[in-house]
Design a binder for this molecule. Structure first.
Ligand SMILES: NC(=O)c1ccc[n+]([C@@H]2O[C@H](COP(=O)([O-])OP(=O)(O)OC[C@H]3O[C@@H](n4cnc5c(N)ncnc54)[C@H](O)[C@@H]3O)[C@@H](O)[C@H]2O)c1
Length: 468
């Protein structure tokens, strides 16, 4: 029996890994600050299966020092995983502290205690301007590479891909963490391995539009909630590969048994060319899997740091480890559907009626979020809609699922759960271009009036509401 420490053990990947190590008969300690909305559900799941839970924060070394080892392996998968994190500057220090300084604390704890480290990194370390600068041609449903260059081609993105360019704060903090772990590993003889993951998806992912997009897409179909293909002209032809969480679990279990041979070795891992989807293709598949066809609108403007095409070149992991993904994109989406159908309460509690906490991009643990919350509320926003009766809605009934696209062009999807009514999605556009987190904080406690035409409430997607 081994003892496995999983930082971020109540997240999507961490909790699925915890379950796998528990099934193998290992002792699992899950360390998590529960900052991700819904992580307490995953905490309950792994504790019921026998994991020990320690509430702590990787930004505070004393929290790590309080752990009772010894540990045979640390899996570092705690992070703020949204590529939009820090994009508006005011929360930049939060991302750096959480994803870089926090990871360094983990590596330092591992070094002092002689614990091998497995680190979950991301394909977002590749510069998006470089990726988007490649040549692509269009098929009826997706973009495909039009050429081959170092680290780039139809077989995917590999380690030879040029690394100079801009990659988002999220990508930069993860790349810096990779480099530091490699230094620790080589300088101190600390066994360490890094998985540079593309999109990972599957059951128990609490997907959002800016992270966990395929789960979000499938859930939106189950809830018949309007969607938008955003960026790259709005055609929905951007492509990602999808790695089934169970394939990642297989890889980690394999690596856990071979840690002694790793000294900062880096593996790009993802679904690969056989398991990839464009948004158009994902829409067709979700319709087939759910029998629902929510409206899909399109937004031409590309969000900051977005990538047109990313598929992982898995050849290194195949050659060195004999690993390759076995489950394909359709299986990923089908398994998410089956998981949610088997757990209908989750659909409501996680993805349905919002319970009122602030949206993810305004984490309550972040000092900047506290500052925002404390700042005086600007003028009350007013809402206009289609003619009809109006009703006040309490603030707790509102949340937003979309981050702003750019100053001045902020559009957000506001979800409104009126007691006793269906869920609404309302597209708004603000003249001020305020970040959506700020818009949340400026929502008055007794909310603006909202107009609708009839009762029961019809979908509002064809009657956009304006926030002034
Ligand atoms: N899911 C993906 O598609 C994907 C792709 C590439 C890389 N990754 C990486 O895999 C790792 C796990 O991602 P995930 O999808 O499970 O994300 P997740 O948000 O589901 O899990 C992260 C967990 O870390 C916890 N956490 C965050 N900050 C913390 C802190 N300061 N101290 C302690 N706990 C903290 C959160 O509460 C959450 O439970 C991340 O490092 C992410 O960068 C994920």
């Amino acid at each position: 029996m081994s003892t496995i420490l999983i930082t971020g053990g109540c997240g999507f990947i961490g909790s699925n890994l915890a379950m796998a190590f528990l099934r193998r008969g290992d002792r699992v300690v899950a360390f998590d600050n529960l900052s991700r909305r819904g992580s307490e559900i995953l905490q309950k799941r792994i504790q019921e299966a026998g994991a020990e839970f320690v509430r702590g924060d990787i930004r505070h070394p004393a929290d790590l020092d309080s752990l009772s080892g010894p540990f045979d392996l640390m899996i570092e998968c705690s992070a703020e995983p949204s590529v939009l994190a820090g994009i508006h500057g005011d929360d930049a220090s939060f991302v750096v502290q959480n994803n870089l300084v926090g990871s360094l604390h983990c590596f330092e704890y591992a070094r002092r205690n002689g614990i091998p480290v497995l680190f979950l990194s991301t394909s977002r370390v590749y510069p998006y301007d470089r990726l988007n600068g490649q040549e692509y041609r269009e098929t009826p449903t997706r973009l495909v590479p039009a050429g081959v260059s170092p680290g780039f081609g139809p077989g995917g993105i590999g380690l030879d891909f040029p690394m100079d360019g801009v990659r988002s704060l999220y990508g930069a903090t993860k790349l810096a963490s990779e480099i530091m772990l490699q230094e620790y590993s080589r300088q101190y003889g600390l066994p360490a391995v890094i998985n540079r993951c593309g999109v990972v998806a599957g059951p128990w992912q609490l997907g959002k539009q800016d992270q966990g997009v395929f789960t979000y897409w499938l859930v939106s179909h189950l809830l018949n909630r309007p969607l938008a293909t955003i960026g790259f002209g709005g055609a929905g032809k951007q492509v990602r590969d999808l790695l089934h969480i169970d394939d990642l679990v297989d890889l980690v279990l394999l690596q856990a048994g071979r840690m002694a041979e790793f000294r900062g070795d880096l593996f790009p891992v993802g679904g690969g060319p056989e398991s990839s989807l464009s948004l158009l293709e994902a829409t067709a598949l979700c319709r087939q899997l759910t029998g629902q066809a929510p409206p899909v609108s399109s937004v031409k403007e590309t969000r900051p740091a977005d990538v047109a095409w990313y598929i992982t070149d898995n050849r290194l992991a195949a050659e060195r480890l004999g690993w390759q993904p076995k489950r394909h994109a359709e299986a990923v989406l089908r398994d998410i559907r089956d998981w949610l159908q088997a757990n209908p309460g989750l659909l409501d509690s996680l993805f349905g009626a919002p319970a009122g906490p602030p949206p993810r991009f305004s984490p309550s643990s972040s000092p900047s979020a506290t500052r925002r919350a404390a700042s005086p509320a600007p003028a009350k926003p007013s809402w206009t809609g289609s003619a009809g009766r109006t009703s006040p809605i309490t603030k707790s009934a509102w949340s937003t699922t979309a981050a702003p696209t750019a100053p001045g062009t902020f559009s957000a999807i506001w979800r409104c759960a009126i007691p006793g009514s269906a869920l609404w999605t309302i597209r708004g556009r603000t003249a001020t271009g305020s970040p959506s987190a700020r818009a949340w904080n400026t929502m008055p406690a007794s909310a603006p009036a909202l107009s609708w035409a009839t009762s029961p409430i019809p979908p509002m997607t064809s009657s956009p509401t304006t926030v002034k």
